[in-house]
Ligand binder design. Structure first.
Ligand code: SF4
Length: 364
């Protein structure tokens, strides 16, 4: 397919406008730059595409604007180069380079939450995580991130209410693309998702967390993987703690909350037998949580995986830890492990096909 056009002003090839990577304003500005007019048509195209998943009907355009309308359509890249394959609640996006990422639809009381990936693989190396074992293969582009919602909402017509960046990858390690994707998701002329319906989950890359604090809409929620009640334990399961220890992380998180009254915070804590499930660790974790104004703690029993040394705690140990943490007055939620049969539960994205592609590329 020809992906370039002749720009009449510059008389040189000009790439198609990458609609999937732009906010409505950026798209309209690009259209205006090329045609010296057409901002209203750009708005119509953008809204139809992201709200309904279709190009606007030519019949709705005034006869005088029809030629311009067609030229703008021709100059716009609507292509979807990925293929998608469903496996229960999880689906795999395969890119033209053969690499894949996974997204998960989680049924809620009203509608669905879509768990998004931001990278192929991940370099953070968390000891309990299937994706971490792949290492980082590459970042996703803005388009590849946006396509995940477009596919679920506009092609499969799944009523997506919430987005969580908790799939493959560390979103703050691909921050610029994630930030732009959030701007597209929340664009009122496009998907129009409320910022408070989006959660970004990080392992604790403090420098980027500070950027996020100052640059992203304060209603976008932040989740942080804590997974340790002391530096000793956390460094054992999360290597990022050796770079940004728990004190440094806490200082950045307190600044994050202080920066805006709407900043809510979610801590995630994976319970692993004999590693993070000691009841005294619940007390240490409670002490770490002091000073935060709006905090919720999710406890996630470790999901057993085929190739790790870790074990899920007993039901009794999980309940004891939960009760002890609650006794300190925190909002504590014990999360189920929905999706573990399809390897779609937390820390388990990273399919076998991907692993073989990674191994093949290492051997090539
Ligand atoms: S838990 Fe998250 S940050 Fe850690 S290795 Fe897995 S995907 Fe990366």
């Amino acid at each position: 397919m020809n992906t370039t056009l002749l720009n009449p002003n510059l008389a040189e090839p000009s790439p198609l406008i990458d609609l999937f990577s732009l906010t409505q304003k950026e798209y309209a500005d690009e259209v205006y730059k090329r045609f010296n007019k057409g901002k209203e048509i750009a708005l119509e195209i953008y809204s139809s595409w992201f709200k309904e998943g279709r190009k606007p009907d030519c019949a709705s355009v005034l006869p005088t604007a029809k030629t311009l309308f067609e030229k703008i359509l021709e100059a716009t890249d609507f292509s979807i180069p990925s293929s998608f394959k469903q496996h229960g609640s999880k689906w795999i996006q395969t890119f033209p380079d053969g690499l894949q990422t996974e997204s998960v639809e989680i049924a809620m009381e009203f509608g669905y939450t879509l768990c998004l990936s931001s990278q192929v693989g991940c370099k953070m190396g968390c000891a309990f995580c299937e994706t971490g074992r792949l290492g980082l293969i590459r970042n996703l582009s803005v388009k590849e991130i946006v396509l995940q919602l477009f596919y679920a909402k506009n092609l499969r017509k799944v009523p997506i209410r919430n987005l969580v960046f908790m799939g493959m990858g560390e979103p703050f390690d691909n921050y610029q693309a994630v930030k732009q994707a959030i701007a597209i998701f929340t664009d009122p002329y496009g998907f129009g998702l409320g910022p408070s319906r989006i959660t970004v989950s990080t392992s604790g890359l403090v420098d980027v967390l500070r950027q996020f604090t100052s640059e992203v809409d304060p209603r976008v929620k932040l989740a942080v993987s804590i997974n340790g009640s002391s530096n000793h334990v956390r460094s054992r399961v999360m290597p990022v703690n050796r770079r940004y220890d728990m004190d440094v992380l806490k200082s950045a998180l307190l600044d994050y909350q202080a920066s805006h009254p709407k900043r809510t915070l979610l801590f995630e804590y994976v319970l692993i037998e004999n590693v993070t499930d000691d009841v005294l660790m619940a007390d240490e974790l409670a002490a770490y949580c002091t000073g935060f104004t709006d905090l919720r703690i999710n406890l996630i029993p470790y999901n057993p995986q085929s190739r790790t040394r870790f074990v899920t705690p007993t039901k009794e140990a999980i309940q004891t830890f939960t009760d002890r943490l609650r006794s300190h007055g925190y909002r504590v939620y014990l999360r189920g492990t929905k999706g573990d049969k399809e390897m779609a539960a937390c820390g388990q994205l990273g399919n076998l096909g991907l692993r073989s592609i990674k191994i093949n590329s290492m051997l090539a």
